[in-house]
Design a protein around this ligand. Structure first.
Ligand SMILES: [Zn+2]
Length: 264
């Protein structure tokens, strides 16, 4: 491969992956320029587009990163991911998205609800036919009942196909692990990176040493897992009615190292 084509294929490597913490606007790529105005051999930088356009009032920090440094960090992260045992993440995923009560009792309760609702639908129809209900009201009720029936049948479906679904997810998980393990760090592309990373956020925070008044740039990485981002998974855990939340949180804590802020 000629030098030019390498550069070209590399050009969009970080497109739509990097974000600034405050504005969450996509960062843009431009030639990195030294203070003396030269830009030779320094490659490209990404900086907050909002800060660039509107200044500190709209976004306090430029959050600039030099592209090549960023790529090095990303490679480190992928290596870390390759060395991480993700079995517990699968457990977490299943607990959040696929833990149903699949007991016979539950099935019977749902089937009873289904029969009752079917009965209600029939009754409504009779009343309507007898002319004791306005057409508009009938249609409104009928729509509502149909939605309820759909919900009930979906729930029943989930229970009936539970084992199959879990098997499917385990299969997807295996494929995911293979994908991560087989990633070649010298052959990264934008689409490969997007499959692994949901979002890479650059944050600027004050250092602990308050006297020096220095700022520190850090990276927060949100990884994908199977078909969801891990940050989304944690949000769903908070928002949904899920049993054993504490246990799941303890499992998530095992991955603290993966989500620690990385100093730039
Ligand atoms: Zn910004």
């Amino acid at each position: 491969m000629s030098k030019n084509s390498t550069i070209h294929s590399n050009k969009h490597l970080l497109s739509t992956l990097l974000y600034c913490e405050n504005s969450l606007k996509r960062r843009k790529r431009k030639a990195y320029v030294r203070k003396d105005g030269t830009s030779n051999q320094l490659g490209y930088e990404w900086a907050c587009a909002i800060n660039d356009m509107y200044g500190v009032n709209r976004c306090e920090h430029r959050n600039m990163v030099i592209k090549d440094n960023m790529i090095d960090k990303i490679k480190e992260m992928i290596l870390k991911l390759k060395n991480t045992d993700m079995k517990c993440l699968l457990e977490i995923y299943l607990s959040i998205y696929h833990s149903y009560d699949i007991s016979e009792e539950r099935v019977n309760t749902i089937k009873k609800q289904e029969l009752e609702l079917d009965d209600t639908v029939d009754k409504c129809f009779s009343i309507y036919i007898e002319g004791k209900m306005h057409e508009e009201q009938y249609h409104r009720l009928n729509e509502k009942h149909k939605e309820q029936l759909d919900d009930i049948r979906n729930e029943l479906d989930k229970i009936i196909h539970y084992e199959k679904k879990v098997e499917e997810i385990k299969q997807k998980y295996k494929q995911w692990i293979c994908y991560i393990n087989e990633i070649n760090l010298d052959g990264l592309t934008n689409s490969k990176l997007k499959k692994i990373f949901s979002r890479i956020t650059i944050k600027t925070c004050k250092t602990k040493n308050l006297k020096s008044n220095n700022y520190m740039k850090t990276i927060f990485i949100d990884y994908n897992f199977i078909d969801v981002s891990i940050e989304k998974m944690i949000k769903d855990l908070d928002n949904h009615d899920i049993n054993d939340k504490q246990d799941i949180r303890r499992l998530i804590a095992k991955y603290d190292n993966l989500f620690a802020l990385i100093e730039l």
